[in-house]
Ligand binder design. Structure first.
Ligand code: NAP
Ligand code: GLV
Length: 265
C-alpha cells in the first residue's frame, strides 16, 4: 500500500498481487512497470468524498461571489460592491463526472447552481446536463461560467486546462482545479487572466508542490492557492475500505476501485 511506491517495487516484492493507492489518484504509478498479474486499486474512501464536496463547495462559492476580487480590494482599502449574480443564473461545468465529480455536482445542485458535466462516456445524473467526449466539449465549455477540473491525470488529460479550452468558455469565466497540477498550463492561465478571458482561479494542486518561492501564482491578485488539501484519505474510513477490499480479493471478488491500466484511471 503506497502513496508513492518505492523504486522497482516488483523486483523488491516479487510475490505482490495487489497495489493499493492511499489516494484516489493513481498517476504517481508507472503503469508500464506493472506485471500482468498485479492489480492496482485506488482509494474510494467516503472521507475523501466528503472532503472534496466541502472544498469544492467552498471554492465554487468563493468564485461565484467574487472572493478573489474582494480580497484584493480589502488589501487596497477599497470598499466597493460588485454586482451579485444568483446561483440559479450560474452554470458550474465539471470536467470528470466520476466518483468525486458526481458527489460535487449533487451538492452544487442543492445550492441552486445549474450544473453540467463532461466525461468520456455519457453519465446520467438527475439534474445534471451531461456531455461526453471531444464532440460535445465545445457545447459543454460554452455554457460553463465556473469550470471545475476533477479529471484523473492521464495521457489524454495532461495539460487539458489550456488556452484552447479557456477561449471556448464564456468571457470572464473562472477556473477551479482540484484534480492535479499537471492538468493546467500555467502560462496559459496567466495569459487568460491578463486579457480578461478568465476572471479568477482557485487552485488546490500545482505541478510542482510546493511551488518555488518566486512562482507568479503566490502573489497573483486573482488566484487563490491552497496546498493540496481539498480531500485527504481518512484513517478510519480508509482502513475499512482497504480491509473490505483485501477480503474481497481473498474471496476472489472484484475489488472496489480497481484501475483499468489501459485507460489510466
Ligand atoms: P473517477 O471516479 O475515476 O472519475 C474520473 C472521471 O473523469 C470519469 O467521469 C471519467 O469519464 C472522466 N474522464 C477520464 N478521462 C477522461 C477524458 N479523457 N475525457 C473526458 N473525461 C474523462 O475519479 P475520481 O475518484 O472522481 O477522482 C478524480 C481525480 O481527483 C483523481 O484522479 C485525483 O487526481 C483527484 N483528487 C484530488 C484530490 C485533492 O485533494 N485535490 C483528492 C482526491 C482526488 P467516464 O465516466 O466516462 O469514465
Ligand atoms: C489526493 O490527491 C488523492 O488523489 O487522493
Amino acid at each position: 500500500m503506497a502513496w508513492k511506491p518505492p523504486e522497482d517495487p516488483f523486483q523488491r516484492y516479487p510475490n505482490l498481487n495487489v497495489v493499493f493507492s492511499v489516494g484516489a489518484g493513481v498517476d504517481q504509478f508507472n503503469f508500464e512497470s506493472f506485471p500482468d498479474q498485479v492489480r492496482l486499486v485506488r482509494m474510494l474512501d467516503p472521507g475523501i468524498t466528503q472532503g472534496m464536496v466541502e472544498y469544492a463547495t467552498l471554492a465554487v462559492l468563493a468564485l461565484h461571489r467574487d472572493l478573489p476580487r474582494y480580497l484584493a480590494a480589502q488589501h487596497q482599502g477599497d470598499w466597493q460592491a460588485l454586482p451579485w449574480v444568483p446561483a440559479q443564473r450560474r452554470t458550474v461545468g465539471i470536467m470528470g463526472l466520476g466518483n468525486l465529480g458526481q458527489a460535487v455536482a449533487e451538492k452544487l445542485l442543492v445550492m441552486g447552481f445549474k450544473v453540467s458535466g463532461w466525461s468520456r462516456s455519457n453519465r446520467s445524473i438527475s439534474g445534471v446536463r451531461s456531455f461526453a467526449g471531444e464532440q460535445q466539449l465545445d457545447e459543454f465549455l460554452g455554457g460553463a461560467d465556473i469550470l471545475v477540473c476533477l479529471l484523473p491525470l492521464t495521457e489524454s488529460t495532461r495539460g487539458i486546462l489550456n488556452a484552447d479550452i479557456f477561449r471556448r468558455l464564456p468571457r470572464g469565466a473562472s477556473l477551479l482545479n482540484i484534480a492535479r497540477g499537471a492538468h493546467l498550463n500555467e502560462e496559459d492561465l496567466l495569459a487568460a487572466l491578463d486579457d480578461g478571458q478568465l476572471s479568477a482561479a482557485m487552485l488546490d494542486v500545482m505541478d510542482e508542490e510546493p511551488p518555488r518561492s518566486h512562482h507568479p501564482f503566490w502573489q497573483h491578485p486573482r488566484i487563490l492557492l491552497t496546498p493540496h488539501v481539498a480531500a485527504t484519505t481518512q484513517m478510519d474510513s480508509g482502513c475499512d475500505v482497504l480491509l473490505e477490499n483485501i477480503h474481497r480479493h481473498q474471496a476472489g471478488l472484484p475489488m472496489h476501485g480497481e484501475v483499468d491500466l489501459s485507460a489510466g484511471y
